[in-house]
Design a binder for this molecule. Structure first.
Ligand SMILES: Cc1cc2nc3c(=O)[nH]c(=O)nc-3n(C[C@H](O)[C@H](O)[C@H](O)COP(=O)(O)O)c2cc1C
Length: 300
């Protein structure tokens, strides 16, 4: 009998104990339940008041509202939904599949807007930005603490060309409160490609990168919070891949990335903010049979 783990796992068996230890040490049990509240107990009231002050301080310190970059270049994303979002959920679920070939065509701002909004954005009551419902998003979040940040790595300038000879790839951060993209970096495309273990032959024009800031939840949930942060990145990616299916564009979740290369790219420390998940996104590649048919039609 073969031990499958020794064939397939890159990491040694010794490293198995890391997840076992983590999981075993972050279990919730009845002894962790909060004590039943007694009405009219001054000690409970005092505790509540102190806790509230503490929570507000912590929320301000860990930045539950999300990061903001002091950058001059911003793109205000449209508030409208692109075509395809009115389809029945069943149709979209059935259309979703991981696609690893992309057309080099850029995505429209409508499409980028939808991706950002359903992954990390706020629900809008209307197209008017003043009406943003502050705490309501398209993904659930443990304690409504929103530990995720979203970046778009783009292989062509998203807001028109830069100076001639300037590097063509760009890194943008999504700012949910204003539904804007903030450019944080221009770089050589090879720097982004170099962050991935494998790279498709027909590569995506956009990589959506989700990072987590576990401290936004660990102050409340202790070490178990890391589970929640990772789970939430799954919610965000599922929304992106379903959104892509609805828009009839290609997407593939990818975890074969070099963590510290992505941390260096974003200039984050890889501890307080960590790369969790990426999704390759782009227009459908025109399949050969379609090209053939079009050629035949034009010859007729
Ligand atoms: C957590 C996770 C990580 C993944 N990482 C990669 C990856 O690094 N490269 C890749 O080509 N596909 C990756 N995929 C896509 C899977 O290969 C794909 O979901 C699976 O083959 C099932 O196919 P389907 O998504 O078309 O249903 C990943 C999927 C998940 C859920």
């Amino acid at each position: 009998m073969y031990d499958l783990s020794s064939i397939f796992l890159i990491q040694s068996d010794a490293n198995d104990s890391i997840w076992e230890m983590y999981h075993a040490n972050t279990k919730l049990s009845p002894c962790h339940m909060p004590p039943a509240m007694k009405r009219d107990d001054p000690a409970v009231e005092l505790n509540d008041a102190l806790r509230k002050i503490h929570i507000e301080e912590i929320e301000a310190a860990v930045g539950t509202g999300g990061k903001r970059y002091a950058t001059t270049e911003k793109i205000s994303l449209p508030a409208t939904w692109p075509n395809g979002f009115d389809q029945p959920l069943k149709t979209v679920l059935e259309m979703r599949s991981s696609q690893r070939e992309f057309s080099p065509d850029v995505l429209s701002h409508d499409q980028l807007s939808a991706i950002c909004r359903i992954a990390c954005g706020l629900k809008l009551k209307s197209a008017d930005q003043e009406d943003i419902v502050m705490s309501s998003r398209f993904i659930p979040s443990a304690g409504a603490l929103y530990p995720l940040e979203l970046y778009l790595l783009s292989f062509s300038p998203l807001s028109g060309g830069g100076a001639s000879g300037a590097p063509t790839a760009e890194v943008w951060h999504y700012e949910p409160q204003t539904h804007c993209l903030e450019r944080i970096l221009r770089c050589d495309p090879g720097r982004i490609r170099g962050c991935f273990q494998t790279w498709p032959e027909l590569p995506p024009p956009i990589v959506a990168l989700i990072t987590g800031v576990p401290k936004r939840q660990s102050w409340k949930y202790g070490p178990r919070a890391y589970r929640y942060t990772v789970m939430e990145s799954g919610h965000a990616v599922q929304n992106i891949v379903l959104g892509a299916a609805a828009m009839d564009i290609h997407a593939c979740p990818v975890v074969g990335f070099y963590d510290d290369a992505l941390h260096d790219l974003l200039d984050i420390d890889g501890v307080n903010e960590v790369a969790l998940y990426t999704v390759f996104v782009g227009q459908r590649v025109q399949c050969h049979s379609n090209i053939k048919n079009e050629e035949n039609e034009s010859n007729e």
